[in-house]
Design a protein around this ligand. Structure first.
Ligand code: SF4
Ligand code: SF4
Length: 338
């Protein structure tokens, strides 16, 4: 059966023009920095072309802040992919939204790039871990509006912490007003403080109700519903399919993760003769059912068999994965009662 692969491209490594206080990249001392050269991108596409049974590639441009790659460099990268790829592909960029220029907007339109913009809430106060000046918040909101005016698919990702959850109702008002293509609230641990599963479940319920009322889809509950209906949820956090992701760093090293590249996830360099086989083996691995999975926590009920993985806990990209999973478990249990 053919399948999709998600390639996380880190064109400037972990370099970012912001310093969010909860950013896990800031804690890493030596995330590879520099700029990815076009030759690496060409080699990557050649390797992907040689993989059997891959029918779709999503290039997710990530950081740090990927827009520190200039529009010119980005255009060259997109052109090489366009010229060389024999597999259907799409581009997604995940950005803090501060560096969006007219040039970038033109590029996004031309290459049908979907954009994810991260924020911490609906006002400057809620973004105190992210911005030092109110103008920065205003600029990002202005840039989101520009993207939407130009009909670019734009998702707002709001990082939810103990500090900014007091603005939850205002977050929904803000999303309704800006009206992005979709949105997502993502709970993270800050200063060692987690949400409870109950709190996360209530946020999920609110997201779902809001999407129903506003017709602005959220990036979680439709996937939960898919899983409950017996289809594989297209959301790695739910089904733990971490093996759909590889990450390429600025020097052309390939890692078996979507998250921070660590020695344990290192596959090989794109120049190594065995790299194609190593990627193929990794992608074809069947993820084992985790005892921390939603499926296990719901009593191994066959109806939830696709909620198999432990997701991020395995790759430790989120410290509060247990809350994440337990909140979804509660949400499903309440769906059953209704
Ligand atoms: S914008 Fe993203 S990459 Fe940059 S410091 Fe904040 S969380 Fe980290
Ligand atoms: S590490 Fe987490 S975010 Fe990354 S693929 Fe796995 S579940 Fe998804």
């Amino acid at each position: 059966m053919s399948r999709a692969v998600n390639v996380v491209m880190t064109p400037v490594g972990g370099i970012c023009n912001l310093k969010c206080s909860y950013c896990y990249l800031q804690l890493k001392e030596k995330f590879t920095s520099g700029k990815m050269n076009i030759e690496i991108i060409g080699k990557l596409v050649e390797k992907l072309n040689q993989l059997n049974k891959i029918n779709k590639v999503t290039f997710t441009w990530h950081g740090g802040e990927p827009m520190l790659f200039t529009p010119k460099q980005c255009e060259l990268a997109f052109r090489v992919i366009e010229k060389k790829s024999v597999i259907d592909y799409k581009h997604v960029i995940q950005t803090n939204g501060t560096l969006i220029s007219e040039e970038y907007i033109e590029l996004f339109k031309r290459y049908k790039v979907s954009v994810g913009v991260s924020l911490d809430g609906p006002n400057f106060e809620a973004n105190s871990s992210r911005f030092s000046k109110e103008e920065q918040f205003n600029l990002v909101v202005k840039n989101i509006k520009k993207l939407l005016l130009n009909k670019i698919r734009t998702t707002i990702f709001i990082t939810l912490t103990r500090d900014n959850i007091v603005y939850l109702d205002d977050m929904f008002l803000f999303i309704r007003k800006v009206h992005p293509t979709s949105f997502y609230l993502n709970p993270v641990q800050k200063d060692g403080s987690d949400f409870s599963a109950e709190e996360w479940c209530k946020v999920i319920e609110k997201m779902n109700q809001f999407s129903y009322d506003s017709k602005i889809p959220n990036g979680l509950t439709p996937y939960i519903e898919e899983g409950v209906k017996g289809r594989i949820p297209k959301h790695c956090l739910l089904c733990g399919v971490c093996n759909q992701f590889i990450l390429v760093n600025v020097s052309g090293e390939v890692f078996a993760t979507c998250s921070y590249p660590e020695p344990e996830t290192f596959l090989d360099h794109l120049d190594e003769p065995n790299i194609k086989q190593k990627i193929a083996d990794y992608l074809s691995k069947v993820p084992s059912i985790s005892k921390d999975s939603i499926y296990a926590k719901l009593g191994e009920d066959r109806r939830y068999v696709y909620f198999q993985g432990a997701g991020c806990k395995q790759n430790k990209c989120q410290e509060n994965n247990a809350v994440y999973v337990d909140g979804v478990v509660k949400y499903i249990q309440r769906m059953e009662v209704k």
